[in-house]
Design a protein around this ligand. Structure first.
Ligand SMILES: NC(=O)c1ccc[n+]([C@@H]2O[C@H](COP(=O)([O-])OP(=O)(O)OC[C@H]3O[C@@H](n4cnc5c(N)ncnc54)[C@H](OP(=O)(O)O)[C@@H]3O)[C@@H](O)[C@H]2O)c1
Length: 269
């Protein structure tokens, strides 16, 4: 039975874009996909269109522009052309286009505002349903003004440093995005040694029998507080495990204590 879960976004950064995974995701109730123009060696959009064009209307699709074959750029003309190309390559208008890692190169306030305005205008012109910013490290963006975005996408979860958490919260306060999305809840891999050194289940309220992966995933909705989390997998069993994790509740008292400890251990700059 499908249980539509709009809080889980299937991220395609590490994905082979296999059709069966997309079909299984939909059957499990996932209705959002997140990609970027540079994923899959800059072929993500066309591969999705070719291999799953008929499935795409069932999903809300977000994508990102900023990384071009020539490199990263916030140049207005390139971003405009990039946003225009998405619908053509994907075969449909995306639901959102996000500015991809604008912190690269620590942009001047004017450069960032101009880049965001290009995407806001693209959304107004109907090239996409909305626009936003996706940032791996939001710290260089603090203090810079942008038009109000629909979406702010940032790293979330137990591996995020206190400085990044706090910078995100300052941006949320000042930019007032309509939605905040987390991403990369496992920092890209559950095989890293850090995951063997502690048990993330202590972040959940007492519950039946969550796995460590489920506890880490669920905690990513509170560090910082986000409306949805983009997670990557090529494995349908793993996807099911993540969906089932939504049944567990995070213990906010433990989250508060964890943040207090992170603050206390903050490295002096
Ligand atoms: N700057 C940006 O804009 C930016 C940067 C990074 C990420 N993102 C977004 O966030 C999405 C997710 O990020 P990510 O892929 O870097 O990191 P992630 O979601 O933290 O980790 C993905 C890895 O976790 C494994 N995994 C997932 N569920 C699992 C489970 N139940 N059990 C065991 N392993 C599991 C996957 O392996 P299996 O395939 O074996 O399941 C995959 O290799 C991206 O696809 C993208 O949409 C955006």
């Amino acid at each position: 039975m499908r249980t539509t879960d709009r809080n889980v976004i299937l991220g395609l950064y590490r994905s082979g874009h296999a059709r069966d995974v997309l079909e299984a995701a939909f059957d499990l109730g996932i209705t959002r996909l997140d990609t970027a123009s540079n994923y899959l060696s800059h072929r993500s959009h066309e591969v999705l269109k070719r291999g799953a064009g008929d499935l795409l209307p069932k999903f809300s699709v977000s994508t990102k522009v900023g990384y071009f074959p020539e490199g990263h750029s916030l140049d207005s003309d390139r971003l405009r052309a990039g946003a225009e190309r998405v619908a053509k390559d994907l075969g449909r208008e995306p639901d959102a286009v996000l500015l991809h890692n604008p912190e690269q190169g620590c942009p001047a306030a004017e450069t960032l505002a101009q880049a965001c305005t290009v995407l806001a205008e693209a959304a107004r012109a109907g090239l996409c349903g909305g626009w936003g910013v996706s940032s791996w490290d939001p710290r260089p963006l603090v203090g810079l003004g942008v038009p109000r975005p629909d979406i702010l996408m940032i790293r979330s979860g137990l591996l995020v440093s206190i400085d990044v958490l706090e910078a995100t919260e300052v941006l949320v306060e000042s930019w007032r995005p309509s939605q905040v999305w987390g991403m990369s809840p496992f920092g890209g891999s559950v095989a890293e040694s850090v995951w063997g050194r502690f048990d993330p289940r202590l972040f959940l309220k007492p519950s039946r029998s969550p796995t460590k992966v489920q506890a880490a995933f669920r905690s990513a909705y509170r560090l910082p507080a986000v409306d949805a989390v983009a997670v990557g997998t090529n494995d349908v069993g793993h996807l099911r495990e993540l969906i089932d994790a939504m049944a567990y509740d995070v213990d906010d008292q433990v989250i508060r204590e964890y943040r207090r400890l992170l603050r206390a251990r903050r490295q002096p700059v």
